[in-house]
Design a protein around this ligand. Sequence first.
Ligand code: ADE
Ligand code: ZN
Length: 342
Amino acid sequence: MINFINNLPKAELHLHIEGTFEPELMFEIAKRNKIEIPFQSVEEIKQAYNFDCLQDFLDIYYQGANVLITEQDFYDLTYSYLKKCVAQNVLHTEIMFDPQTHTKRGISFKTVINGISSACKDAKNNLGVSSLLIMSYLRHLSEKESFKTLQQSIPFKDEIIAIGLDSSEKGNPPSKFKDVFQASIDEGYIPLAHAGEEGNADYIWEAIDILKIKRIDHGNNSLQDMKLVREIIKRDIALTICPLSNTALQVVGNLKDHPLKKMMELGLKVTINSDDPAYFGGQVNQNYIEIQKALNLNKEDLYQLAKNSFQYSLLDEGTKREYISKLDSYYKESLIKRDFNA
Ligand code: ADE
Ligand code: ZN
């Protein structure tokens, strides 16, 4: 199974670039930027990654991002993640970035987007991995602040396909961002949002009805409301599930109790993702491996999850078909091998 997962062609659809910041690279960049970080060693950093809830994690995550200053820093962070994609047979990735985490420290939008974007272009040319960028608004800040970010993004519109909504969910309902989402849609961005990670089903209703989102990040709590589940299925909206994030942030107590299998049985379209791999103990393949084991998923389930990752990506239909046909060949071959060995 581990081999099957490692070689399975897949896409990653829920990934925060700031959440890929491995301690080793954090030390290196902090050193070259002459920035003090409150840790003496990689081990000390890793020990601090023990979270009670989303907010507990976010406090440390924003602190880590503070050492990113130059275009080169954003480039190195992004390229380092894209190399990991290649090693895991991730053919395509959709990368979220949080401009406000950086602009509020005086780093320009241009520095952030240019660094990330040139790493993506180089990775496409040198490594063959494709990527799209999602600009996320921080929901703990005001809607007015996100309007500023929308304005800053306009000169770089061609580099960004979608907008997202992340950070502290409770107390910051999707409806708070109604107008900026509409303005972003008018600019041509595809609307996506985190909903139902810690927030209840009513936040997911708001995200699909008021923000008109095309994909739900997390969405675990959709199972609180069967009418909502039916509506999500009817509208053909996928959920980007992040198993190791869910246990790290105590959204789910134990992977064996994870709702993923139930979601699949109900007919929800779900995908497997790493969210913030440097903080949650595993890249995307580790997420597949651990959830497969915990829920006893079979190869067909894993094939379906990988197929969803392409099907519900933001790629054009032709490119989706190309990737899915690669996946289909891989899957068919693995079935022949199984029959041969039997
Ligand atoms: N920002 C980075 N990871 C996040 C998560 N899991 N939920 C909300 N905001 C985030
Ligand atoms: Zn996330």
